[in-house]
Design a protein around this ligand. Structure first.
Ligand code: ZN
Length: 134
């Protein structure tokens, strides 16, 4: 899987009205295999998310649907590995969760790493810097 492979899975609109406030943000410098593994775990651990908005280098490229993600043969063969990532020694296979400090705002951004010198801003509240939840 490379970034282009991940991009080829996205849709302009989420299938069956998926969540549009959940963003998975990827940078070209990220390890894409790790992103794919983490996405696999994310979808496995969070049944409520049917789709996420994929952002690459700060630009929204489209919606990554859970079904599309799992339909990708390559990913399915890697899911076993993603599960083994839960074993000791691989504690890092989880996204950092960022949220908007505005209380009523549902914006959620997930990313592999967080650059405190270049923090994300809420797409709904551009004046607000997203903060790490966990
Ligand atoms: Zn917000």
């Amino acid at each position: 899987m490379n970034l282009e492979g991940l991009k080829s899975l996205v849709r302009a609109e989420p299938q069956k009205g998926g969540d549009t406030t959940t963003v998975v943000a990827v940078s070209t410098g990220d390890d894409v295999d790790r992103v794919a593994h983490t996405l696999g775990r994310f979808f496995a651990d969070n049944d409520t998310y049917s789709a996420v908005l994929l952002e690459i280098d700060g630009e929204a490229v489209g919606y990554l649907d859970r079904q599309d993600f799992y339909s990708e043969k390559y990913d399915r063969s890697r899911l076993g590995e993603a599960q083994s990532a839960q074993l000791p020694g691989f504690p890092e296979y989880a996204f950092l969760e960022l949220a908007c400090p505005v209380e009523s705002c549902n914006t959620q951004v997930f990313r592999i790493r967080y650059d405190e010198h270049n923090p994300d801003r809420c797409p709904i509240h551009p004046g607000q810097m997203l903060q790490v939840v966990k």
